[in-house]
Design a protein around this ligand. Structure first.
Ligand code: SF4
Length: 389
């Protein structure tokens, strides 16, 4: 029943993780470390070995690597010495073809941005900068343990937009001390910025989610009145949706908004469930039908850079379910005919029960041609998507 023949034939995307940060934010559960930047040169040597060895293991007669998106994520790659970033790209270009129209992004904190670095990024081909601003309210920034201020955020953004014309900004809601009024103020200010500054083309916005042992919980336990009430999170999300869509942003993915033509191609690869490479501590990849992740501990990764902390062979049934879950994250949803061509699965027939249940709850819309999450279902997306697993 499942069509295993129609598969993506190229690897088009690569992610490179740089874990070093100026400070470890108290909510952060990423593979990120502070105070260890003296290891950056050694880390660069190791990641270059990983890039060379992993790409050499790929049979490029069957699956050529032709990169159309590259992403330096972290951590704070914006803090790294640009020469080290360049070494990684040069290593990758020895075994991977890099498309001339590459979307090439780098993540940074606003206060890591300098004019010299911006120029160096541009010189190495980077054409998209993603800035973790998170809030334009100083007390919220302090509450989540960020080490930048609102003034530094605005300064970094202005500097970046003097060199780059394609900038993403990250914002968070559900923060301790945040209220619906302060969130709306941040959103209104963001919209004013985008109206004056055409370089801001993309906004990512996530609700704060804390790991079970998050350091933030020692200052703000889950029971703290400082968090907005869970019941109000829909209101926060609706404010985000309404403010940004009224300002001309397309809500193209559950947590992402873009001006026309500026959806993030790199992230679309994840949501389209097609293969991608990834290198560096804690990095997750999907190659040859296998999802795998490097060690999340920096020390262990640096000793065993080819070792896997996680390794899962994705069978055809899981691949189909993942494709539904990821495809539904995109607001345009899933084209039923394309899905059947790719996976040999008729959504109406093979997932009719789940679709009918979600449709009757008002969480998805299905006209027989396109399956998509409804506006009401977007905020509940994780719970809805798990129906398909
Ligand atoms: S800057 Fe980003 S990656 Fe680094 S600790 Fe803070 S949230 Fe984590």
């Amino acid at each position: 029943m499942i069509n295993t023949a129609a598969r993506q034939t190229y690897i088009t995307s690569a992610y490179i993780h740089i874990p070093f940060c100026s400070h470890k934010c108290e909510f952060c559960d990423f593979a990120a470390v502070a105070g260890l930047s003296h290891l950056e040169d050694e880390y660069t040597e190791i990641i270059c070995k990983e890039i060379a060895e992993r790409t050499a293991k790929i049979d490029q007669t069957a699956t050529p690597i032709k990169l159309s998106t590259l992403f330096f994520g972290g951590g704070t790659p914006g803090l790294a010495n640009p020469h080290n970033l360049e070494k990684m790209i040069k290593t990758l270009s020895k075994t991977a073809e890099i498309d001339s129209s590459l979307e090439f992004s780098i993540e940074t904190t606003p206060h890591a941005i300098t004019r010299e670095k911006l120029q160096a990024w541009k010189d190495m081909g980077i054409n998209r900068v993603s800035i973790g601003i998170e809030s334009l309210n100083d007390s919220e920034l302090r509450a989540i343990g960020r080490d930048h201020t609102r003034a530094q955020a605005l300064q970094g953004l202005e500097l970046a937009s003097s060199v780059f014309d394609n900038i993403n900004v990250d914002f968070m809601y559900g923060l301790p001390t945040q209220t619906i009024e302060s969130w709306q103020n941040t959103l209104d200010e963001l919209v004013s910025i985008t109206q004056e500054n055409s370089a801001v083309t993309h906004v990512s916005s996530y609700c704060l989610e804390l790991a079970i042992n998050s350091p933030l919980l020692s200052r703000f336990p889950r029971s703290s009145q400082a968090y907005p009430a869970d019941d109000n999170m829909v209101e926060f999300f609706e404010a985000l949706l309404k403010t940004l869509t009224n300002a001309g942003f397309d809500h193209y993915e559950v947590s992402n908004f873009a001006l026309p033509g500026f959806a993030c191609e790199h992230n679309m690869v994840y949501w389209r469930n097609i293969p991608y490479l990834a290198f560096g501590v804690g990095a997750h990849r999907y190659v040859g039908g296998v999802r795998s992740a490097n060690y999340k501990s920096l020390a262990r990764y640096m000793r065993e850079y080819m070792g896997d902390e996680m390794h899962e062979v994705i069978d055809d049934s899981t691949r189909v379910k993942e494709a539904i879950m990821l495809g539904l994250r995109m607001r345009r949803g899933i084209d039923v005919v394309e899905f059947e061509q790719e996976y040999g699965v008729n959504l109406a027939k093979d997932f009719g029960r789940q679709i009918a249940k979600l449709e009757s709850g008002g969480f998805v819309e299905f006209d027989g041609k396109q399956l998509r999450i409804s506006d009401a279902g977007v905020f509940m997306s994780n719970a809805i998507l798990s129906e398909f697993m």
